[in-house]
Design a protein around this ligand. Structure first.
Ligand code: NAP
Ligand code: MG
Length: 487
């Protein structure tokens, strides 16, 4: 029978009609400079941000120079030595709560803007990114007046001015992960958003202004890599927090070495999602799909290597093949869409190149036979079988909707293969046996390990890496430590 699996499963009746989210009330400027010392200021030059689903230019944003970064750092220093540094934790928490509530109030608009600027499906922006961003501010607002209870027997003190650089995969959420704990601990901030997704950071600046934070407590300097480097290299910054690629992380670590700056790095990953033969298979399939196709696979802790026990490998691969054909790929503003646009042309080129390398290495490619939109940057959900550990697609981060499937026979082999990577960020274990789950989890070199689920995030749960995935933790009580002196 040659009928596509989707029709075999659902027939014509189940074709989804489009359910487009309307963008009418989502407001943004045609041009943003920077947000420094409580004001939106002009930039000396500008770049464009496009909607990756349509390739249309959405707006322009400033390219921060060393002088812009210096102005921002000076404003942050004044705020730290002035009102913010003198304010008690209980007062600080009120501001942070206010930001959290305002994110909630503007959630729908923020979700639309996140999807327009970055290409992620509206159901993810709406149900994951924006609620979690608000949750981070709520969570850390609660800690602001309890720092001495977080670290008993110490007198926790802020570090000063924090320089923060974030990537494009969860733009507002990454800004929240960085800004919320910094403010709760009494620091001030200079942050740069990624060049493909600065829009929600600018909306956050509006919220911060409206929330009445003293000028200079949070400064947002837009720009590309050189602006990030200007933040990293600024002599009057006390702490650098970076999320991004391992390559840039290494440059930053070298730049910061020998200075008094504290550093946390959240870098890349090649997460192993391990499925044992006693796992609930249908749930595991959903976990595999969520692990690699959530946010087009632009997830540092993505389960991008599937390790499946040999005895069930054929069944899992057959089910996965069917399941990826039912994923809805296309317009990110459609509420039915499961897999939206790839964030940028550069990232699409990188994914295409890596998939070509996988084919050339001899792995077998399985791609959903979906029709991709003619405009915009899209890539069909894909996985590879017949992958060996030495293949580049098993070793290197692809950061796209591409999974490498490997097999194992014993738990010991699963552990060895899972740890056979320079990275150590996320991992998943699927089994019916609690004892097996905990034993394997204890042997994995990964900062976050999910049991019978994947890609679940909570502000109360610390997140971070081992090995080349970086160091330091964000989230939870541990996330406070990155911004405190606790002697
Ligand atoms: P990236 O190229 O390292 O960029 C991250 C940020 O650093 C961007 O804002 C970038 O600016 C800036 N930057 C680039 N060069 C710099 C330099 N020399 N000095 C200072 N800043 C510089 O990474 P990406 O492509 O945006 O993000 C994808 C990577 O991030 C993946 O490897 C992923 O695994 C990792 N990631 C990790 C986590 C985690 O929590 N561990 C979370 C999300 C993503 P531009 O935007 O202008 O390039
Ligand atoms: Mg964009």
């Amino acid at each position: 029978m040659n009928m596509p699996v989707k029709e075999m499963l659902f027939g014509d009746l189940w074709e989804y009609a489009p359910a487009l989210e309307s963008t009418g009330h989502a407001q943004f400027e045609k041009r943003y400079g920077h947000f420094i010392d409580g004001e939106f200021v002009d930039a000396s030059s500008y770049m464009k941000s496009v909607n990756p689903a349509t390739e249309e230019v959405l707006f322009e944003f400033g390219v921060g120079t060393e002088a812009d970064v210096d102005r921002a750092v000076q404003a942050a220093r004044r705020a730290f030595e002035g009102p913010w540094g003198k304010m008690g934790g209980r007062e600080r928490s009120k501001y942070i709560y206010r930001i959290a509530r305002m994110i909630q109030e503007k959630a729908r608009e923020l979700a639309i803007l996140e999807t327009l600027d970055g290409g992620k499906p509206i159901k993810e922006s709406r149900d994951v990114d924006i609620p979690l961003a608000a949750a981070h501010f709520f969570y850390y607002a609660g800690w602001a007046d309890k720092l001495e209870y977080a670290f008993p027997g110490t007198t926790p003190r802020p570090l000063g001015v924090a320089g923060q650089v974030i990537p494009w995969n969860f733009p507002l959420l990454m800004a929240a992960w960085k800004i919320a704990p910094a403010l709760a601990t009494g620091n001030t901030v200079v942050l740069k958003a990624a060049e493909t997704t600065p829009l929600t950071a600018m909306k956050l600046a509006e919220i911060i202004q409206e929330a009445g934070l003293p000028p200079g407590v949070v400064n947002l300097v837009n720009g590309a890599g050189s602006t990030g480097a200007a933040i990293v290299n600024h002599p009057d910054i006390n702490k650098i927090a970076f999320t991004g690629s391992t390559d840039v992380g290494k440059i930053i670590q070298r730049a910061v070495a020998g200075t008094n700056k504290r550093l946390t790095l959240e870098l890349g990953g090649k997460g192993a999602n391990i499925v044992f033969e006693d796992a609930p298979i249908e749930q595991a399939i959903e976990g595999i799909v969520n692990g690699i196709y959530f946010n087009q696979g632009h997830v540092c802790c993505a389960g991008s290597r599937l390790l499946v026990q040999e005895s069930i490998a054929d069944e899992v691969v057959a089910k996965l093949e069917r399941r990826i054909q039912t994923l809805v790929v296309g317009n990110p503003l459609d509420k039915n869409t499961d897999v939206g646009a790839i964030n940028s042309k550069e990232q699409l080129d990188r994914i295409t190149e890596m998939v070509g390398i996988g084919e050339a290495e001899g792995a077998v490619r399985h791609s959903a036979p979906c029709e991709l939109p003619s405009k915009g940057y899209f890539f069909a959900p894909t996985f590879f079988t017949d992958v060996s550990q030495s293949h580049r697609i098993a070793q290197e981060e692809i950061f796209g909707p591409v999974l490498s499937v490997l097999t194992f026979r014993t738990p010991a082999e699963a552990i060895e293969k899972a740890n056979n990577t320079p990275y150590g960020l996320g991992s998943g274990i699927w089994t019916d046996k609690g004892s097996k789950l905990f034993k394997v989890a204890g042997a994995l070199q990964a900062g976050v390990i999910w049991g019978n689920t994947y890609n679940k995030f909570d502000p109360g749960s610390p997140f971070g890496g081992h090995k080349e995935s970086g160091f330091g933790r964000e989230g939870g009580r541990q996330g406070l430590l990155a911004y405190l002196e606790v002697s």
